[in-house]
Design a protein around this ligand. Structure first.
Ligand code: SF4
Length: 188
């Protein structure tokens, strides 16, 4: 179980929070459902089989302005091109995926890494890319100052969430709840 003292916020958790704070709370409490594991396993398989093997997995650590430890485990990074890739199987939770990739770009900014054209991030030096190999689509993701402020706010909100003894209320059922591993727990 995660407590505020050992909290390390990762990209998937940020994506969950942006989608549904309840989902973020459940995952922080270590409630990890079978379907979720299958989804992650499929994502890993797609990642390993679909793209250039020259690209590398990358782990980035940083500290948020409020002192929260942050970690990003990036599917694939092509540092020469300045592209961080995240592989997904469907676009059903795309907004959540976009925030996950923005979070990774923010970690680079916090580490003061410059892009290939030596532009400090946020800027055009690095970009993210969502890859949907099953759909044969990609989406380019950028980070701007508004996103940075939103991400800092999201991390602060996740810190507060970690102190809550009970989960936030479930959402009024939305289409993406059908894809969520916690659907049965919420609505069963
Ligand atoms: S089923 Fe819906 S309400 Fe429940 S945790 Fe998942 S996204 Fe949130």
């Amino acid at each position: 179980m995660t407590s505020p003292t050992n909290l390390r916020v990762g990209g998937m958790l940020v994506g969950y929070y942006r989608l549904c704070p309840r989902k973020a709370w459940l995952s922080m409490r270590g409630i990890w459902m079978e379907q979720e594991s299958d989804t992650v396993a499929l994502g890993r398989l797609l990642d390993q089989s679909s793209y250039d093997r020259a690209d590398k997995h990358l782990t980035i650590e940083a500290v948020a302005p409020d002192g929260t430890a942050l970690i990003g485990k990036i599917d694939r990074a092509n540092l020469r091109e300045g592209v961080l890739h995240e592989t997904k199987k469907s676009r059903s939770c795309e907004e959540s995926h976009i925030w996950q990739v923005r979070f990774y770009l923010w970690l680079l900014a916090l580490n003061r890494n410059n892009g290939p054209d030596d532009t400090p991030i946020p800027g055009p030096g690095f970009r993210g890319q969502l890859d949907y190999p099953l759909l044969r689509r990609t989406e380019t993701i950028i980070l701007d100052e508004e996103h940075v402020a939103e991400l800092a706010g999201t991390v602060a909100a996740i810190r507060d969430l970690a102190t809550q003894a009970t989960p936030p209320p479930r959402l009024a059922k939305r289409s993406f709840c059908k894809q969520c591993a916690y659907e049965e727990l919420c609505y069963g």
